[in-house]
Design a protein around this ligand. Structure first.
Ligand code: AMP
Ligand code: GLY
Length: 430
């Protein structure tokens, strides 16, 4: 079996999937590689197929007809729709959890109950489906509250209100279906936690896992973490705020009980588990679970996995993981996201993108395409987050310098980016 080449289908169309394509392409065991639907930049790195990630029948047909050995699913929506279950029932190996695992992200109410059941440290909170009970809870809670739509809301379903009245309004708008449609018909109301956040991504195979370097992303559009929330304006890893003590507590108090809990629930989890943590005065607590790589966090983790990423994902998809085989680099990586004018509100589209020649890309640099498409043979902007300029180096400063040098080497009309990615870490290092 050692020499068998693997035909791989990557599902998704963003920067995360482009980073996965670049990582998988380094593997000597890769046969054919297709990304569905991919994007303009991805189509320069591998074949793309015009099937949307949420078209479950279409992806299953593509995987079977193309005789793919492995499907790697990037985004959460197809996983929560049962893509992995369908593929597995057709005998196709999948990196990504089945629907019963994906519910950890698809239902914050389920995940809150799960954490209570298995005594996993998280904000104190309760689930609600009716406005009166929610209001009573908000008015009497002995802490400041956060209101969360239970279902998927593309990272936008969390409101941190300034007053109790605002909290009640937010809860009502969600429960009445005005704010997030069906995703808000159940809500979680929980204690507002204080502390610094970090993202911990695990590659999980049942009760075995690899903990990747902790990362931190920048969700706000403006420098100094101000302005509207976005999908993520940049990220870096490792994030030193997750000290060895914090990481040891995460393993012992969070990861191990979560994996034991999944097993107890009969869930054979195979794929990424993203644990968003808040480092509070009482230690790390879970903010959220996601069942896929973060975007843009994936762009800084893929360059730091020195072992064969494809082999690792294929092993996990087939139910075996030898943790001792996995080698993580001791380097740093940073990504700066270049966005279209107007983002995260409505933004410009269709602008021509100027890119450097491959030979001009510095060592350790990756140009990741998130929102680009081909117009004829020309690459044009097609999304709010357009490019992820990624650098790797032996220090964080070096990684950032490469990422920012790439920002200077690409351009499109109205493109903008944050100049202060990793600012907290750099301040700590002073
Ligand atoms: P989530 O989608 O649950 O990750 O929430 C999005 C963001 O809202 C998080 O990254 C935090 O910045 C913030 N957040 C969520 N829950 C809490 C909480 N209980 N306390 C403070 N901030 C929170
Ligand atoms: N960057 C945050 C996320 O992917 O959810």
């Amino acid at each position: 079996m050692e020499n068998k080449k693997l035909n791989v289908l990557i599902v998704g169309s963003g920067g995360r999937e482009h980073a996965l394509v670049k990582a998988v392409k380094k593997s000597p065991i890769l046969g054919k590689l297709v990304c569905a639907p991919g994007n303009g930049g991805i189509s320069k790195d591998c074949q793309v197929a015009d099937v949307k990630a949420e078209d479950i029948d279409g992806i299953v047909k593509l995987a079977k007809d193309g005789m793919f050995d492995l499907v790697i699913c990037g985004p959460e929506v197809p996983l929560s729709m049962g893509l992995a279950d369908r593929l597995r029932s057709e005998g196709v190996a999948v990196y990504g959890p089945s629907k019963n695992g994906a519910v950890l992200e698809a239902s914050k109410a389920y995940s809150k109950d799960f954490m209570k059941k298995y005594s996993i440290p998280t904000a104190q909170g309760t689930n609600f489906i009716d406005v009166d009970s929610a209001e009573k809870y908000i008015r009497s809670a002995p802490f400041d509250v956060v209101i969360k739509a239970s279902g998927l809301a593309a990272g936008k379903g969390v409101i941190i209100p300034q007053t109790r009245d605002e909290a009640v309004d937010a809860a009502r708008e969600m429960l009445e279906g005005e704010a997030f449609g069906d995703s808000g018909k159940e809500i979680v109301i929980e204690e507002k936690m204080e502390g610094e956040e970090a993202s911990i991504m695990l590659m999980v195979c049942g009760d075995k896992y690899i903990m990747l370097p902790a990362s931190q992303d920048h969700k706000r559009v403006g420098e100094g973490d101000t302005g509207l929330n976005t999908g993520g304006m940049g990220a870096y890893a490792p994030a030193a705020v997750a000290t060895p003590e914090v990481l040891a507590a995460v393993r012992k108090n969070i990861v191990e009980p979560v994996l034991a809990g999944l097993k107890n629930e009969g869930i054979d989890y195979r794929g990424t588990l993203y644990v968003g943590i808040m480092i509070t005065a009482q230690g790390p607590k879970v903010v959220e679970f996601n069942v896929r790589f973060g975007d843009p966090e994936c762009q800084v983790l893929m360059p730091l996995i020195e072992s064969d990423v494809l082999e690792l994902m294929n092993d996990i998809a087939n139910g075996s993981l030898d943790e001792s085989k996995v080698k993580i680099s001791d380097k740093f990586a940073a990504v700066v996201v270049m966005c279209a004018d107007g983002y995260p509100n409505s933004y410009r589209k269709g602008d021509k993108i100027k890119l450097p020649e491959d030979s001009e890309i510095p060592q350790g640099g990756w140009i990741i395409h998130a929102g680009t498409k081909l117009d004829g043979d020309e690459l044009v902007t097609s999304g709010g987050r357009v490019l992820g300029l990624t650098g790797t180096g032996s220090t964080l400063r070096e990684a950032l310098d490469t990422a920012y040098a790439l920002c200077g080497a690409v351009s499109f009309k109205g493109g903008f980016y944050r100049k202060d990615i990793a600012h907290r870490e750099l301040e700590r290092q002073k």
